[in-house]
Design a protein around this ligand. Sequence first.
Ligand SMILES: [Zn+2]
Length: 91
Amino acid sequence: MKKLKKEKGIMTEEEYAKKDGMVCPVCHSRNISSDAIQTSDSELTADVSCLDCEATWTDSYKLSGYSNLTVMFSKPIVKSVKRFTKCLPKI
Ligand SMILES: [Zn+2]
């Protein structure tokens, strides 16, 4: 069994994400090529390769929230109707 050599300089996922995934995590080159994004239920992935050191990896994108919410079907607006009941004077 070959022991995996711990190489210096490989970025952690956090460091990679801070660079917006625009560099190779191994050699830090910007000469990288990304395939089309694949969609699955909870995340998007894209296979990426470095054209300089030939490393390959998969970018993953997780849902982080939503924006620009537009509601197409508006619920009927319930108008608040004040009811006035006639109070008969008590005798
Ligand atoms: Zn590289």
